[in-house]
Design a protein around this ligand. Structure first.
Ligand code: FES
Length: 379
């Protein structure tokens, strides 16, 4: 059965978010645990817009490829240097083509019956299809059976897909975040670290909430964000940009930074989401981090996380500094992953059937994000 938003939540639930009467609420608990709600999100929103799914630095050479976690899609860099996306299924009987990242492939060979595709997705071999040692089947035009392409474009290093093919041009989609970060010189991005993907035992929106709001910092990141006092933070809700910022006077982190000083997030920062899933965090003076949460299309209680680091000044980063970032962010992420899973556990109870209450100071970003979501899902 195909569900509408009003089949899954009451009008009162919707109005509580969109027309707050003095108190801000988030979405009702069903939005975090229902397969039908997830299917509706994909049908009405996530398939129709751009999803952030990878970065060029991780597949730098022709023939390098990677799966998109949570979605039946893989990415590959072609001989022409262009990155393409394909549905991850063979045109014979649908076996998955790519299971894990790969390097320098010349062909993608289906593990089941060895149908083979080139880097541009063309079907080039159908072994024994017409009988033993008879590889060409009369009437089977290979040009009709290439891999199914998915619309895919890049903005700087970041790779986006649009499953429906009907989204606005990518440059228009990213324009609001480019403008919000107009002080960043994106032309000088230099990738220096990708932290490997991991599954998160929580709905993707639980993770988005946590990454946007600063309210939890003194409690969850008491040490790792000790240099970011809560009273210096502010919430940002500028549809379609949501998040928070902080100005830290006298930050110790500078682009002369060496080893030994980066033990907490003691720096001015902007944590910005371009809805639905493109997070950029800019750390003064010259580091930017992307955070990718990809919803798992088959499981509302799960999503996938990857993060990558860049300098925006074009400078090289020392091995010691990379190690410090990796260690600090691993600690921060473990703290975050723990609370995300616990929030998901709470979403299984009736306690959050009314969504829960949001701070009008620190969590307006969450509230704005849910208004944005409802506008896209509502009938
Ligand atoms: Fe791929 Fe048969 S399913 S070759």
């Amino acid at each position: 059965m195909t569900h509408r938003l009003s089949d899954l939540v009451t009008r009162e639930d919707i109005d509580r978010v969109t027309s707050p009467n003095g108190t801000l609420h988030r979405l009702p608990g069903v939005a975090f645990r229902s397969e039908e709600f997830l299917a509706l999100e994909f049908r009405r929103w996530l398939s129709r817009t751009w999803l952030f799914v990878g970065r060029g630095a991780d597949i730098p050479n022709p023939g390098d490829g990677t799966t998109v976690p949570g979605l039946p899609v893989f990415l590959v860099r072609g001989r022409d240097g262009k990155i393409r996306a394909f549905l991850n299924a063979c045109r014979h009987r649908g076996h998955r083509i790519l299971k894990e990242p790969c390097q320098a492939k010349r062909l993608f060979v289906c593990p089941y019956h060895s149908w083979s595709y080139d880097l541009e997705g063309r079907l080039v071999r159908t072994p024994h299809m017409a009988g033993a040692d008879r590889h060409e089947l009369e009437g089977l035009d290979k040009t009709d059976y290439g891999l199914k392409p998915v619309r895919c474009e890049q903005w700087h290093d970041w790779i986006f897909i649009n499953l429906s093919g009907e989204a606005e041009p990518l440059k228009d989609f990213v324009a609001p975040i480019a403008e919000r970060l107009s002080f960043v010189d994106f032309g000088r991005l230099k990738h220096f670290l990708t932290m490997s993907r991991r599954p998160i035992e929580a709905n993707w929106k639980v993770c988005v909430e946590n990454t946007m709001e600063p309210y939890h910092l003194p409690f969850v990141h008491a040490k790792t964000a000790a240099g970011q006092p809560l009273d210096q933070h502010y919430s940002i809700s500028e549809d379609p940009i949501f998040g928070s910022g902080i100005e830290v006077p006298g930050s110790v982190y500078t682009n002369e930074h060496g080893a030994g000083g980066l033990d907490n997030l003691d720096m001015s920062a902007h944590y910005l989401l371009r809805a639905p899933n493109f997070f950029l965090t800019s750390y003064a003076p010259d580091v930017i981090v992307d955070t990718m949460y990809v919803p798992d299309q088959r499981d509302p209680r799960k999503c996938w996380l990857e993060q990558a680091w860049y300098t925006t000044s074009g400078r090289e980063v020392t091995a010691a500094e990379i190690a410090e970032w990796e260690s600090l962010e691993e600690a921060v992420m473990i703290e975050d992953v723990t609370v995300m899973a616990e929030v998901q556990a709470g979403a299984e109870t009736a306690v959050v059937d009314d969504g829960g209450v949001l701070s009008p100071v620190w969590e307006t970003c969450i509230h704005g994000f849910y208004r944005h979501l409802i506008e896209r899902l509502d009938d």
